[in-house]
Design a protein around this ligand. Sequence first.
Ligand SMILES: C[S@@+](CC[C@H](N)C(=O)[O-])C[C@H]1O[C@@H](n2cnc3c(N)ncnc32)[C@H](O)[C@@H]1O
Length: 241
Amino acid sequence: MEAGVSIVAMSPQMLPRAQVLASRLALELIPRSADAAGLVLEVHPDNLALRDCTRPGTRALVIEPHARRAPAYGRDLISRALGRGCRTVIDATAGFGTDAFDFVRRGKQVLAIERVGVIAEMLMEAARRSCEQHGRDDLTVISADAREQIAKQARADVIFLDPMFPGRDRHSARPRKAQQLLRALAGDDLDAEELARIARDKALKRVVIKRPRTAPPLAGKPDHCFRGRSVRYDIYFSHTR
Ligand SMILES: C[S@@+](CC[C@H](N)C(=O)[O-])C[C@H]1O[C@@H](n2cnc3c(N)ncnc32)[C@H](O)[C@@H]1O
């Protein structure tokens, strides 16, 4: 059960879908958003939205796959962090998918893994919409713990990690609302070092770890590092392949 999240159908037609999601995610189905005390997953005909009822008057969060401006491909920090030969990426800490959709826009085949069911469900919905709009099928979303998923089967040129960092919110480049919702749902990702170890064992070319600029590295001294204004990309090459 996701702590403090309930679910509501925003029209009578959406009730069957809300019931299915309520059962799958073990959420309490409520009749109206106004009845909620904490977070509410709203089931709309064309999207899933997450509303924080402790902050009345704020807008619900909807994942917009193509909201961000296209970066200067090839020269920017992320392109350099992924490296030239990268065709496939596992985003093992997918969250609301900002990075995953960015990789897709760069032409990568992306497997996004997210372990918080509500977030994974919102991302699956956004990936489905994006696929319908653009006729592309290059983002797969899995609701699972990446430590198990990567160890089990997944291989990719690059495994990308962006775990929560205790106390990072003030310095985060993410919009504040998204950051607060991620924090409320996901907590602190205290097992991130274990995930990094597994990722380093499985990545075909490299592991890329996104960190707040001044945070300590997650997996020891990186082989290389790309620094931006608020974030840093630590690179660990897969020397054995
Ligand atoms: C800081 S957020 C990532 C934000 C994301 N990069 C974006 O662009 O929206 C970290 C996310 O990783 C997820 N996460 C952390 N460890 C995980 C694991 N072992 N398996 C799957 N998801 C994980 C958390 O639940 C959280 O949603």
